[in-house]
Design a protein around this ligand. Sequence first.
Ligand SMILES: *Cc1c(COP(=O)(O)O)cnc(C)c1O
Length: 366
Amino acid sequence: MTHPFLDLAPLGADRFAAIEDRVARLLGTEQDVVIMQGEALLPLEGAIRAAAGPGTTALNVITGPYGQTFGDWLRDCGATVVDLAVPFHTAVTAEQVRQAFAEHPEIDFVSLVHAEAATGNTNPVAEIGEVVRAHGALFYLDAVASIGAEPVLPDAWGVDLCVIGAQKAMGGPAGVSAVSVSERAWARMAANPRAPRRSYLSLLDWKERWIDGGRKTLLHAPAQLEMLALEACVERIEAVGPDTVMARHASAATATRAGALALGGGLEPYVYEARDAAPVATTLRAPSGVVASELVARALGADPAVPLAAGGGALAKEMIRVNHYGADATPGAVRASLAALGAALSEAGLSVDVAGALRAAEEAWR
Ligand SMILES: *Cc1c(COP(=O)(O)O)cnc(C)c1O
């Protein structure tokens, strides 16, 4: 019996290299692009462990939970870490990064999350990149939640290690990911005696055994199902046009924000300024006296298909996330989310204007 997921032909080196090239085109990069056979945490961790060591002074920008994780990895590598934490309701500024370099001129590595799906903010990477380059530090960027939702331009922004995953705005699989690596970053890794080698975490293995060999022999059997899904999702983005996909995400964010403000009931955008809000997902602050996770559970009970979630960890009390990405970057998903939130708020005894919210969302979508 044939099955769409089973009995697949092995994925060959040619096909693998072609998928890498396609991802490189999506990123508009001339750098090497390595596709890693795991969720984005694999290249995120692999790149830090390869590039950072006891001699490293890292500026770690924290605008959400991922920044916290990166700081832990950096410390574990023996790096001296300067944390720059900003409240989750805002974005970091290039000026804050400039200030950190002024206070710690020894900084030679900067880790930054572009957009945070978990907190709903997005950071001005182009401006920050200028500061980082001016100081010659290596620039590491988590673009998992921005790729597909807003421009990600590693070459133009001077990003040395740019990690992406397909599972958010690209509408693709979660089990493979990619990282673009600059020549400077390869040199930093090669000079690091502690960089993982002969390890699943190793980027240098892919450099030495795959890229330097002309991409003829794969290191191990690739996850063919995920690779085919990655290829298909990049193909779909190319067919529609990346600008169209990004515009859908931007509109979903604008419409959700406008709709939430019009809904009332004490619901507020979690990220104060619209310019700091990520196109990938909109976070909202639950009205006082309402527990966000309970509100979301009530909304999902009525309509399990809406892309709503409560914030993670301590944020579960106060944060509601509207994950309008991928297949949910549509007017329909935004409408359904606002309607479900409105019904749940109303059930909680709050006064809301669902019709007004839907109207505001539609007008804001353009
Ligand atoms: C979603 C996301 C990842 C990947 O993590 P998952 O928990 O597997 O979704 C990494 N970084 C950022 C900034 C993300 O938003």
